[in-house]
Ligand binder design. Structure first.
Ligand code: MN
Length: 189
Protein backbone atom coordinates (compact mmCIF):
# COMPACT_ATOMS: atom_id res chain seq x y z
CA UNK A 1 0.00 0.00 0.00
CA UNK A 2 1.57 3.29 -1.09
CA UNK A 3 1.58 5.82 1.71
CA UNK A 4 0.53 9.38 0.95
CA UNK A 5 3.71 11.47 1.03
CA UNK A 6 3.92 13.82 3.98
CA UNK A 7 3.36 17.53 3.44
CA UNK A 8 6.77 19.18 3.46
CA UNK A 9 7.76 21.66 6.18
CA UNK A 10 8.46 25.18 4.99
CA UNK A 11 9.37 28.64 6.19
CA UNK A 12 8.09 31.94 4.85
CA UNK A 13 9.08 35.58 5.24
CA UNK A 14 6.89 38.51 6.17
CA UNK A 15 7.64 42.17 5.75
CA UNK A 16 6.13 43.33 9.01
CA UNK A 17 6.47 47.01 8.11
CA UNK A 18 4.59 46.70 4.81
CA UNK A 19 2.30 43.95 6.02
CA UNK A 20 3.02 41.59 3.18
CA UNK A 21 4.06 37.99 2.83
CA UNK A 22 7.10 37.94 0.56
CA UNK A 23 6.38 34.68 -1.28
CA UNK A 24 2.64 33.94 -1.05
CA UNK A 25 1.05 31.13 -3.06
CA UNK A 26 -2.18 33.11 -3.28
CA UNK A 27 -2.61 36.86 -3.28
CA UNK A 28 -6.27 37.78 -3.07
CA UNK A 29 -7.18 41.39 -3.85
CA UNK A 30 -10.63 42.78 -3.08
CA UNK A 31 -11.56 46.11 -4.63
CA UNK A 32 -14.34 48.44 -3.60
CA UNK A 33 -16.65 46.80 -6.18
CA UNK A 34 -16.46 43.49 -4.30
CA UNK A 35 -17.81 45.22 -1.16
CA UNK A 36 -21.37 45.77 -2.41
CA UNK A 37 -23.91 45.10 0.33
CA UNK A 38 -21.45 45.74 3.17
CA UNK A 39 -21.84 49.49 3.75
CA UNK A 40 -24.92 51.39 4.86
CA UNK A 41 -24.31 54.14 2.28
CA UNK A 42 -24.61 52.34 -1.07
CA UNK A 43 -24.31 55.56 -3.09
CA UNK A 44 -20.99 56.43 -1.44
CA UNK A 45 -19.64 52.97 -2.32
CA UNK A 46 -20.71 53.33 -5.97
CA UNK A 47 -18.97 56.72 -6.08
CA UNK A 48 -15.79 55.03 -4.87
CA UNK A 49 -16.16 52.31 -7.53
CA UNK A 50 -16.64 55.03 -10.18
CA UNK A 51 -13.52 56.81 -8.96
CA UNK A 52 -11.22 53.96 -10.01
CA UNK A 53 -12.46 51.09 -7.85
CA UNK A 54 -9.49 51.19 -5.44
CA UNK A 55 -8.10 48.19 -3.60
CA UNK A 56 -9.93 47.62 -0.34
CA UNK A 57 -7.94 44.76 1.15
CA UNK A 58 -5.45 42.08 0.28
CA UNK A 59 -4.93 38.61 1.69
CA UNK A 60 -1.67 36.68 1.30
CA UNK A 61 -1.85 32.92 1.77
CA UNK A 62 0.31 29.83 1.60
CA UNK A 63 -0.99 26.68 -0.08
CA UNK A 64 -1.67 24.56 2.97
CA UNK A 65 -4.14 21.67 2.58
CA UNK A 66 -7.66 22.50 3.71
CA UNK A 67 -7.74 19.41 5.87
CA UNK A 68 -8.20 18.52 9.50
CA UNK A 69 -4.84 18.59 11.31
CA UNK A 70 -3.32 21.38 9.23
CA UNK A 71 -3.23 25.04 10.19
CA UNK A 72 -3.94 27.62 7.51
CA UNK A 73 -2.16 30.96 7.82
CA UNK A 74 -2.61 34.32 6.15
CA UNK A 75 -1.69 37.97 6.30
CA UNK A 76 -4.45 40.45 5.66
CA UNK A 77 -3.88 44.09 4.83
CA UNK A 78 -6.94 46.33 4.96
CA UNK A 79 -6.58 49.85 3.57
CA UNK A 80 -7.60 52.99 5.44
CA UNK A 81 -10.62 54.99 4.40
CA UNK A 82 -14.34 55.46 4.84
CA UNK A 83 -17.48 54.93 2.78
CA UNK A 84 -20.00 57.58 3.78
CA UNK A 85 -18.14 57.88 7.10
CA UNK A 86 -18.16 54.11 7.70
CA UNK A 87 -14.69 52.67 8.16
CA UNK A 88 -13.23 50.30 5.57
CA UNK A 89 -13.94 46.69 6.46
CA UNK A 90 -13.49 43.16 5.17
CA UNK A 91 -16.53 41.28 3.88
CA UNK A 92 -16.60 39.04 6.92
CA UNK A 93 -17.48 35.36 7.12
CA UNK A 94 -18.45 32.41 9.23
CA UNK A 95 -16.38 29.30 8.83
CA UNK A 96 -17.91 26.59 6.63
CA UNK A 97 -17.18 24.23 9.54
CA UNK A 98 -18.72 26.57 12.13
CA UNK A 99 -17.15 24.96 15.19
CA UNK A 100 -13.66 26.18 14.31
CA UNK A 101 -11.83 29.12 15.87
CA UNK A 102 -9.25 31.58 14.56
CA UNK A 103 -6.45 33.71 15.97
CA UNK A 104 -5.64 37.18 14.65
CA UNK A 105 -2.44 38.90 15.70
CA UNK A 106 -2.43 42.57 14.77
CA UNK A 107 0.90 43.67 13.34
CA UNK A 108 0.21 47.25 12.33
CA UNK A 109 -2.54 49.84 12.24
CA UNK A 110 -5.62 50.27 14.39
CA UNK A 111 -9.13 48.96 14.27
CA UNK A 112 -11.58 46.37 15.48
CA UNK A 113 -12.47 42.76 14.97
CA UNK A 114 -16.26 42.73 14.82
CA UNK A 115 -17.73 39.36 15.74
CA UNK A 116 -21.30 38.05 15.86
CA UNK A 117 -23.14 34.84 16.57
CA UNK A 118 -26.11 33.45 14.60
CA UNK A 119 -28.23 34.70 17.58
CA UNK A 120 -26.99 38.24 16.87
CA UNK A 121 -24.74 38.70 19.90
CA UNK A 122 -22.10 41.14 18.73
CA UNK A 123 -18.68 42.08 20.13
CA UNK A 124 -16.13 44.56 18.78
CA UNK A 125 -12.65 43.72 20.00
CA UNK A 126 -9.95 46.35 19.58
CA UNK A 127 -6.96 45.65 17.31
CA UNK A 128 -3.60 47.40 17.59
CA UNK A 129 0.00 46.26 17.06
CA UNK A 130 0.88 43.34 19.34
CA UNK A 131 -2.73 42.65 20.31
CA UNK A 132 -4.21 39.24 19.63
CA UNK A 133 -7.90 38.60 19.10
CA UNK A 134 -9.38 35.16 19.63
CA UNK A 135 -12.36 34.43 17.42
CA UNK A 136 -14.15 31.50 19.08
CA UNK A 137 -16.02 28.79 17.16
CA UNK A 138 -19.42 29.87 15.71
CA UNK A 139 -18.62 33.61 15.58
CA UNK A 140 -18.68 35.41 12.22
CA UNK A 141 -15.83 37.90 11.96
CA UNK A 142 -14.88 40.99 10.00
CA UNK A 143 -11.99 43.40 10.55
CA UNK A 144 -12.48 47.16 10.41
CA UNK A 145 -9.78 49.80 9.97
CA UNK A 146 -10.31 52.92 12.10
CA UNK A 147 -6.73 54.19 11.80
CA UNK A 148 -4.61 56.28 9.48
CA UNK A 149 -2.71 53.45 7.82
CA UNK A 150 -3.34 49.87 6.70
CA UNK A 151 -4.58 47.45 9.34
CA UNK A 152 -2.33 44.43 9.07
CA UNK A 153 -2.89 41.14 10.82
CA UNK A 154 -1.55 37.63 10.78
CA UNK A 155 -4.11 34.87 11.20
CA UNK A 156 -4.15 31.17 11.90
CA UNK A 157 -7.14 28.83 11.61
CA UNK A 158 -7.80 25.09 11.35
CA UNK A 159 -7.21 23.60 7.91
CA UNK A 160 -10.74 22.24 7.56
CA UNK A 161 -12.49 25.50 8.62
CA UNK A 162 -13.28 26.88 5.14
CA UNK A 163 -15.26 30.08 4.53
CA UNK A 164 -18.98 30.79 4.50
CA UNK A 165 -19.67 34.29 3.14
CA UNK A 166 -23.29 33.67 2.23
CA UNK A 167 -24.91 33.56 5.66
CA UNK A 168 -23.33 36.77 6.95
CA UNK A 169 -24.15 38.51 3.66
CA UNK A 170 -27.81 37.77 4.35
CA UNK A 171 -27.69 38.54 8.09
CA UNK A 172 -25.33 41.53 8.13
CA UNK A 173 -23.56 42.60 11.31
CA UNK A 174 -25.69 44.35 13.95
CA UNK A 175 -23.04 47.03 14.52
CA UNK A 176 -21.28 49.50 12.24
CA UNK A 177 -18.15 51.54 12.92
CA UNK A 178 -17.84 55.13 11.78
CA UNK A 179 -15.13 57.75 11.90
CA UNK A 180 -16.65 61.18 12.44
CA UNK A 181 -14.48 64.23 13.04
CA UNK A 182 -11.64 61.93 13.97
CA UNK A 183 -13.73 60.06 16.55
CA UNK A 184 -14.57 56.36 16.35
CA UNK A 185 -18.28 55.65 16.79
CA UNK A 186 -19.71 52.16 17.14
CA UNK A 187 -23.36 52.25 16.16
CA UNK A 188 -26.09 49.60 16.36
CA UNK A 189 -28.09 48.84 13.24
MN1 MN B 1 -11.96 33.19 9.47
Amino acid sequence: MAKKPLFQPFGTDFDLMLGVMKDPDNHIVRNASSMRGCYADKTALEELVEKGDPVHYEVFEKDIPEEYGHLRICISRLRMGTVGGECFMTRGHYHAVPGTAEIYLCLDGEGYMLMKTPENDCIAERMCPGRMVYVPPYWAHRSINTGGKPLVSFCVYPGEAGHNYGDIEKEGFPERIYLREGKVEIISG
